[in-house]
Design a protein around this ligand. Structure first.
Ligand code: AMP
Ligand code: MG
Length: 358
């Protein structure tokens, strides 16, 4: 009796096993097939913004990306001082009044100003959003015809308006004010990063767990690639747009590069570019490029791309020695600096995620 039962079970298994195997193989194939990557590119924030997301539901991914782009445009409308009716333009056209009159600002502007303030303080003023009068004088705007070197006197004159401490932020009633008439704000060193953070919030709200938001070099990496491998990001050779100097293997981080090759002109063999040293009023020659990585930890989920953005600009101005010191002093922050001579410098943690290329 027992033998008959065993034989029966064996023959059933003979038929069922192939079916089980086929079902397993089909499930694996079906699961892998269902991983979809959606990539969309738009011109926003004065740059090319690319959003890539991975998941299983194409419709949802597509809606998530569209909503993220909408959010980026909203931030542009608030923070871009080249847009006439942006909030920052309105603040600037009031020239901050110089009468200590309080001007109410949006939650977003307040948040950017607060973040900027923190980086200004930790960098000893190397990052300073009141640098706008100098940015206008140098005029590195794309297509700008003014390719002359400003006179020393002009620079001295404008430096009088540059000091972040002249902006008074009042969190209790969401307002800002200043005693200094003529002060002007430029969020160009932080707004792209902030917009990327806001886009990530929207994507996460849609349930996206894997993706990259890249606003012209200001990037947020969401999670891993589906399947578990890290996203690999190239660091551009600052003197050759077609070459990479390193690869970074990244998961759940923000990574932002500031470089002297983004907006510049050469005059008498000297390079003049868009990152101004608020101390001297001249473009900083302390670095060639700076890549800041801010890891997303449970504690600091907040505005990490905005922080990386501002830190990249600040560390550029500080140069390798002080820049490394600043980065090492902040938890979850790593930096790769190409110094003035082309030599690279990096914080200790970079070794785990970098592959240098020749
Ligand atoms: P980024 O490309 O992020 O390094 O930012 C450069 C932009 O920030 C410039 O185009 C200016 O609009 C503005 N900027 C230039 N120098 C500074 C500075 N020292 N601190 C803050 N913002 C700056
Ligand atoms: Mg920046």
């Amino acid at each position: 009796m027992k033998i008959v039962k065993a034989l029966k079970a064996k023959s059933i298994l003979k038929y069922i096993l192939p079916v089980i195997i086929v079902v397993i193989l089909f499930s694996i194939w079906h699961f892998q097939r269902k991983i979809i990557t959606v990539t969309k590119t738009r011109l926003v924030l004065g740059t090319v913004v690319e959003i890539t997301v991975q998941g299983k539901n194409r419709g949802l991914l597509s809606d998530a990306v569209s909503a993220a782009f909408l959010r980026i445009s909203e931030i542009e409308k608030i923070a871009d001082r080249n847009t006439v009716d942006s909030e920052i333009s309105k603040l600037n056209s009031l020239a901050m009044l110089g009468e200590s009159k309080k001007i109410p600002v949006s939650r977003e502007t307040l948040e950017m100003l607060n973040l900027a303030r923190g980086v200004s303080e930790s960098s000893g003023g190397a990052f300073d959003i009141t640098v706008a009068p100098l940015v206008d004088l140098w005029n590195f705007k794309e297509g700008g015809q003014n390719r002359r070197i400003p006179e020393k006197g002009e620079i001295r004159e404008r430096l009088k308006f540059v000091d972040y401490r002249n902006v008074i932020i009042d969190k209790s009633d969401n307002s800002i004010s200043s005693d200094l008439a003529g002060i002007k704000l430029d969020l160009g060193g932080i707004a792209k990063g902030y917009a990327v953070d806001e886009a990530v919030l929207v994507l996460r709200g849609f349930g996206v767990e894997s993706g990259v938001v890249n606003a012209g070099g200001d990037m947020a990496i969401i999670g891993n690639k589906v399947g578990g491998s890290p996203w690999v990001i190239g660091v551009q050779d600052p003197r050759d747009a077609n070459k990479l100097i390193a690869l970074l293997s990244l998961e759940d981080v923000s990574v932002v590069t500031s470089g002297d090759y983004e907006r510049y002109f050469i005059h008498n063999e000297k390079r003049y570019h868009h990152i101004i040293d608020p101390n001297t009023g001249y473009p900083s020659n302390e670095s060639i490029s700076v890549t800041v990585i801010v890891k997303n930890t449970a504690k600091n989920k907040a505005k990490n791309t905005a922080l990386a953005d501002a830190l990249a600009t600040a560390i550029f101005v500080l140069g390798p020695e002080k820049g490394l010191e600043l980065a090492e002093s902040i938890d979850s922050v790593e930096v790769l600096i190409v110094g003035p001579s082309g030599k690279t410098f990096a914080t200790k943690g970079v070794i785990d995620i970098i592959e240098y290329l020749d």
